[in-house]
Design a protein around this ligand. Structure first.
Ligand code: UD1
Length: 418
């Protein structure tokens, strides 16, 4: 068991380069299964979820080769199986994309129900409704989803709620479905657009990604190609908040600043100085942060995946703030951990009422999930004494070389073996 030790109160300064987007790569790797040719994926983040996916694809007979740390070659012409039910599949939430990716190429597909971070019930009813609309027979038995795509065809799908996963999964299934599929009330997140761009580069016909109506005209087959993953919006946001919480001056590089608008607006409201260029944002803060109110929403609203990090920042702002979680039903499990460090937060259903303190106390906490783990690190950047974080495996799922990147901008953070 590994732990991270953060010995707080260093002012961060310098530059940090952001990696490829986790939520894009976990859709794009399975999407490469649809291609009947070789795909080269650049700007691959070096994270545990990617390692898990590579193992899963290899188990299906697909050739995966890391050309270097951040470039992956996938040759799915060698695929032998459409049954993905082993333990690696269960470890990652995004393994549900194997359903959409496999159904176009195989009539019969079996995929284990996904695992991943636990913040309340994480149903996939909208994915299944979408597949059924496309003529796929779906049965869920013993935690395995069994799909029969013999009658796969284009159709209109209206999502009951905006779901990133359902939007991408239906898009994947529709790429090779005869006729036209229209997804209404689609998710607009940057990784939805990135996945559509990747599929189009392989010969798919998708329009409207990034709006709430996506139209997919089925094609016979997809070829191979080369693609560069977009920068990670959430990793970028985490480092921007790290600059703010430590009273630092950090330039977050290799990003798409437009993706950060909702966070920039909040950091400015809190008194941070923000400078933006074509592919960077520089955040300066003097630690004297103003309280504010934040509500998570689907893109372009404030991302739920930055909610734990933002709560941590608000916990050391002057005055009373609220944070309302509108996407997940139970994403405040980490609040208990922050309270152990002296945070004054009261939960009222989906609202966290926060009263700012000067800085956190030291202590031992655990990462209750991926972004909650990032929140614990942020607390450590503004604590009186050491914060020791267990369950680091969650953080490694989504942050490439987190302690190296933080150390390079002045954080006192190290990894220890328990
Ligand atoms: C993706 C992200 C996750 C992020 C979330 C919201 C990936 C791999 N993960 O998760 O980091 O927090 O988007 O931005 O990209 N819902 C249903 N039925 C469904 C699907 C979803 O009720 O079939 C509900 C969920 O319970 C949740 C809401 O819809 O309350 C949004 O979920 P969704 O956008 O699907 O999240 P994921 O794709 O799982």
């Amino acid at each position: 068991m590994e732990k991270l030790v953060v010995a707080g109160n260093n002012r961060l300064s310098g530059e940090v380069v952001i990696s490829g987007a986790k939520n894009a790569v976990v859709a794009i790797i399975p999407a490469a299964i649809i291609a009947q040719g070789v795909c080269i994926i650049e700007n691959l983040p070096c994270i545990e979820d990617v390692t898990c996916f590579i193992t899963t694809l290899r188990n299906l007979g697909i050739k995966c080769e890391l050309l270097n740390e951040n470039t992956l070659k996938i040759d799915s012409t060698t695929i032998e199986s459409s049954i993905a039910i082993n333990d690696d599949v269960k470890k990652i939430r995004a393994s549900y994309y194997l359903m959409g990716a496999l159904i176009g190429r195989f009539k019969k597909v079996e995929v284990a129900l996904p695992g991943g971070c636990n913040f309340g019930s994480r149903p996939i009813d909208q994915h299944i409704r979408g597949f059924k609309a496309l003529g796929v027979d779906v049965i869920v038995e013993d935690n395995i989803v069994k799909l029969d795509g013999t009658n796969l065809k284009g159709a209109n799908v209206y999502l009951d709620m905006v779901s990133v996963g359902a939007t991408i999964n239906i898009m994947l299934a529709a790429v090779l479905a005869k006729g036209v599929t229209v997804i209404e009330n689609a998710a607009k997140e940057p990784h939805v657009v990135d996945t559509a761009n990747f599929l189009n580069m392989l010969g798919a016909k998708i329009t409207g990604a990034g709006t709430d109506v996506i139209r997919i005209t089925g094609v016979e087959k997809l070829h191979g190609g080369e693609y560069t993953i977009i920068p990670d919006q959430i990793e970028a946001g985490t480092y921007m908040i790290a600059a703010a919480i430590s009273g630092g001056d950090v330039c977050v590089k290799n990003i798409i600043p437009k993706h950060m608008d909702s966070l920039v607006a909040k950091l400015e409201e809190m008194g941070c100085d923000i400078e933006q260029g074509d592919d960077y944002i520089r955040v300066k803060s003097d630690k004297d942060l103003k309280a504010t109110n934040v509500k998570t929403m689907v893109y372009p609203g404030f991302p739920t995946d930055l909610q734990p990090q933002m709560t941590t920042l608000l916990a050391v702002a002057n005055g009373k703030s609220t944070l309302t979680e509108n996407v997940w039903e139970n994403r405040f499990q980490y609040v208990e951990q922050l309270k152990k460090l002296g945070a004054k937060i009261e939960l009222d259903g989906r609202v966290a009422n926060i009263e700012g303190i000067e800085e956190f106390e030291g202590g031992e906490v655990k990462a209750t999930d991926l972004r909650a783990g990032a929140a614990m690190i942020l607390a450590g950047l503004r604590s009186k004494s050491e914060i020791i974080i267990s369950n680091v495996k969650y953080i490694d799922r989504g942050y490439e070389k987190v302690e190296h990147k933080l150390r390079a901008i002045g954080a006192d953070i190290r990894r220890i073996k328990d």
